[in-house]
Design a protein around this ligand. Structure first.
Ligand code: MSP
Length: 562
């Protein structure tokens, strides 16, 4: 765990336990309904949370919505709604999408929740008591979409924000400021001593660069925005939306009926093991947030991972360019497993990745329908025809004298290490290789011909089926963080109950789970192949391939709003 690294007031009892794993997604802005870009972070977080649960960790998976600030107030008024009605609608849209995508979060925090307001106020008071808040006049260029004052140096022509491609507005305000500059040295030390704190490593370099170039105090209140949490002792100002939202990670930890205090939040699981975010909000999470925590005397999160962008035509997918992929449409058309699998498998976690429907269909059909679904289905078909759907021997006996078991176990271990390292695409690939090994084994052994020969050959064929079904059992566990519904169906086909699936542990990926005498279900396809429309509406578009871009160093992106 990282040290508190600060100040005169670290009096909190951390809630961190050796077997706990707290993971967060960003709290999503409710200016517009979710698009595939926002769904991407949540799918990844869910896969990581599910993997950690398989390891037996006590997982708290936090997500939610960021509901205050100018951007939200403007979006509500454009819809003719009050901010609070607007927030209710959009926040519900997020919850519904998460349900459709099989997202099993533990906490959903809305920043308009009164318990959150209490936490923000207490935190603000602690920072104030630490002498880190002062009042000053500020004049600068503000990007409403980022909700951030910008440094002129980082702007494009006409003072355009490089993320949203819109001109920043000149503003002058009398605000409260947070003394970020005081934490320059502590941040430098924290980053140097904990190279794992910011990942991937190329993002750490970026963060170190920002810190090195000199940290400036930033304003943490707005005089011109009503839709927010009032500054304690000054009702004319509201707390800056980022200073408010980051604390959502902490207030989310509170139990429903619990007194909303920082101490209670902290003892329920602070600090988190992992903040999962997109690269556009790295500065807030890896610079502002740790400094704020240091000031309040609270432990820092253990890791901040900044993933890349989903792009279309090389541009960040976002509402203002109208180049988003509608996640509801995708999930209703192809189902949650296909959507989750495609984005986690095809986009190397950390890098950007482009979407094309043709690529989506090809990948999902090849990996989930053919390699996995078909292997299970044809094996169960043969077992039904030749062995009354019953396993003839234990899987350990079936595999005696063969190195196939070692191949599978090595690949499972590979998958485990990749999951641990958040290399989700490589974890999928390792599981896929297990499927490939199973298919190659079937093709080599051809049990369907062995059954025809009868006698010893037929006995050997029956053992081959046990081997493949054991392989499928292992795949179902190892792929369950990525494609939970599909794996649940595989597990049911192998004759297990829903409860058995829900209580799985990663240690059960060890060879030997299936026992002789176990009766399999009737073969029924677990993943329907997606039939590709002959005439795509936009053939040129569909022909594009997913481009995996290796990011060696941070690039200035021509990107648009989330
Ligand atoms: N409200 C803030 C976060 C506050 S956290 C205390 C915010 N919200 S957001 O809705 O704009 O973005 C949420 C997340 O979605 C960010 O991590 C962002 O990177 C991610 N994405 C938005 N568009 C994206 C893509 N096109 N691709 C991948 N992820 C992107 O920022």
């Amino acid at each position: 765990m990282l040290c508190t690294c600060s100040s005169n007031n670290s009096s909190f009892q951390s809630g961190e336990k050796a077997d706990s794993f707290v993971v967060t997604t960003p709290l999503y802005y409710v200016n517009a309904p979710p698009h595939m870009g926002s769904a991407y972070t949540t799918i990844a977080a869910d896969a990581i949370a599910r993997f950690q649960r398989l390891l037996g960790k006590r997982v708290i998976f936090i997500t939610g919505t960021d509901e205050h600030g100018e951007k939200i107030a403007t979006a509500a008024s454009a819809q003719g709604s009050t901010p609070s009605e607007h927030c209710d609608v959009i926040s519900q849209a997020y919850k519904m999408l998460w349900k459709d995508l099989d997202i099993a979060y533990d906490k959903f925090l809305r920043t308009t929740d009164p318990k959150h307001e209490a936490i923000v106020k207490e935190f603000y008071s602690r920072v104030l008591a630490n002498d880190d808040i002062y009042r000053a006049d500020y004049e600068g260029l503000y990007c409403v979409n980022c909700e951030e004052y910008k440094d002129e140096k980082e702007l494009l022509e006409n003072n355009c924000c490089p993320t949203h491609l819109k001109p920043c507005i000149s503003r002058r305000e009398d605000n409260y400021f947070f003394a970020l500059s005081k934490y320059q040295k502590s941040l430098e030390e924290t980053l140097a001593q904990n190279p794992e704190f910011v990942q991937p490593s190329y993002r750490l370099n970026e963060v170190q660069g920002w810190v090195k170039s000199g940290l400036k105090d930033f304003s943490i209140s707005r005089a011109s925005v009503d839709w927010g949490i009032p500054v304690p002792n000054d009702n004319k100002q509201t707390i800056y939306v980022w200073f408010d939202a980051l604390l959502g990670y902490m207030s989310a930890l509170l139990e429903d009926k619990e007194q909303p205090s920082l101490q209670n939040a902290v003892s329920s699981g602070w600090p988190p093991s992992l903040h999962l975010i997109g690269k556009d909000i790295l500065r807030f999470h890896a610079v502002y947030w740790p400094a704020m925590l240091m000031s309040a005397g609270l432990p820092l999160p253990k890791k901040v991972f900044g993933h890349g962008f989903l792009t279309k035509d090389g541009m960040k997918m976002g509402k203002s360019l109208g180049n988003t992929i509608e996640p509801n449409e995708l999930v209703h058309k192809f189902g949650p497993d296909a959507v989750r699998y495609f984005f986690l498998r095809e986009v190397e976690f950390g890098n950007d990745g482009d979407y094309s429907e043709e690529r989506f269909i090809n990948i999902v059909n090849a990996h989930l329908a053919n390699t996995i679904g078909n292997l299970l289905n044809r094996t169960l078909g043969l077992l039904k025809k030749n062995c009354e759907s019953t396993l003839v021997v234990d899987s350990t006996i079936a595999v005696e004298g063969q190195d196939f078991k070692d191949t599978v176990e090595k690949l499972v271990e590979k998958a485990r290490i990749h999951y641990e390292n958040l290399s989700l695409s490589s974890a999928c690939e390792a599981v896929q290789e297990i499927g490939n090994a199973g298919n190659a084994y079937m093709d080599k052994r051809q049990p369907w011909s062995l059954f025809k020969q009868g006698g010893d050959a037929s006995e050997a064929a029956a053992k081959d089926l046990v081997i493949i079904l054991e392989t499928m059992r292992i795949i179902a566990i190892a792929l369950s963080p990525i494609a939970p519904s599909l794996c649940r169906r595989i597990y049911a086909q192998l004759g297990y109950s829903e409860d058995e699936f829900n209580n799985l542990n990663w240690s059960e990926t060890k060879w030997g789970g299936l026992k002789g005498g176990q009766v399999m279900a009737q073969p029924k396809p677990v993943f329907a192949r997606i039939e590709q429309a002959k005439e795509t509406e936009n053939a040129g578009e569909a022909a594009k391939k997913v481009v995996k871009k290796k990011e060696k160093k941070p690039q200035v992106q021509k990107v648009v709003e989330a």
